[in-house]
Design a protein around this ligand. Structure first.
Ligand SMILES: Nc1ncnc2c1ncn2[C@@H]1O[C@H](COP(=O)(O)OP(=O)(O)OP(=O)(O)O)[C@@H](O)[C@H]1O
Length: 252
């Protein structure tokens, strides 16, 4: 793995079910890398293994076989506290359903990853306010999730995901519950964060519009990387058409 690689996946397999039960192999030997600072999308038909892959990358589940190296850490070899530390420090997540704690304000939600690390409150305040500016939510910090729109909630969740400067931001259909305007705003913000902070982003999505914001897209088919598209110097709408054409070759 070179110093420019933030994620390296090799020979990744995942079989669900115990040996004496009915088994299903969702991932059949995946290989790919993500460069530091890249914005990569993972696409595939429903049931192709996108969430399974993200669960392996984020250590929420363990692979049956293969290696996953994130920012120099072989996550398949980590256990207990090491895993908890890895998740808390190296990865930021955004999910379709926001996963904000309802009893905490936006500010308290955003501060969670720093509080877990025991960050001094002054440093924490500054980091929260900086990220809140980036995500245009500075005026929402004292509100509770129930007082926020879906788009605002997702921007708070994105702030929480990056406040501790993780090595990579991972999203599982983060625009799935948003209206089209909020989805676009979030994707523009993710692009800004990727470009300005050189934050590596891995976005799992079945939505070609979301995927068109990525620099490179990996398509999972039959449990493997079936194909790959690079945006290069295409404008976003040309890339979007390319994605639609590629998806058209899949039997969904
Ligand atoms: N815990 C589990 N036990 C058994 N099979 C599972 C389990 N989780 C997922 N699968 C199977 O593995 C395959 C991949 O599922 P996964 O959720 O990763 O797909 P996906 O690409 O994220 O789908 P979608 O786009 O519909 O969310 C599916 O066939 C699914 O039924």
């Amino acid at each position: 793995m070179t110093t420019n690689t933030v994620v390296s996946v090799s020979g990744l397999e995942k079989t669900y079910g115990k040996a004496n039960e009915r088994q299903y192999t969702a991932l059949k030997g995946l290989n790919f890398t993500v460069d530091s600072g890249e914005f990569v999308g993972i696409m595939g038909a429903s049931g192709s293994g996108k969430t399974t892959l993200l669960n392996m990358l984020s250590t929420l589940d363990t692979p049956t076989k293969g290696d996953v190296v994130v920012n120099g850490h072989d996550v398949t070899k980590m256990r207990g506290n090491q895993l908890a530390d890895f998740r808390a420090q190296e990865v930021g997540f955004i999910f379709q359903d926001f996963n904000l704690l309802e009893s905490l304000t936006a500010e308290e939600n955003i501060g969670l990853p720093l509080a877990l690390k025991g960050t001094p409150s002054k440093v924490m305040d500054q980091a929260i306010h900086e990220v809140a500016e980036t995500l245009s939510i500075a005026d929402l910090l004292q509100k509770y999730p129930a007082e926020l729109s879906g788009g605002q909630k997702q921007r708070v969740a994105a702030a929480r995901a990056i406040v501790h400067h993780p090595a990579i931001l991972m999203g599982d259909e983060p625009t799935g519950a948003l209206d089209s305007t909020s989805a676009r705003e979030l994707l523009d913000l993710l692009t800004t964060i990727n470009e300005q902070q050189k934050m590596s982003v891995l976005l799992v999505t079945h939505d070609p519009f979301s995927a068109s914001f990525c620099q490179r897209i990996l398509f999972i088919k039959d449990g493997q990387i079936g194909s790959e598209l690079r945006r290069g110097d295409q404008d976003r709408s040309t890339f979007y058409q390319g994605i639609l054409n590629e998806l058209g070759t899949f039997n969904e």
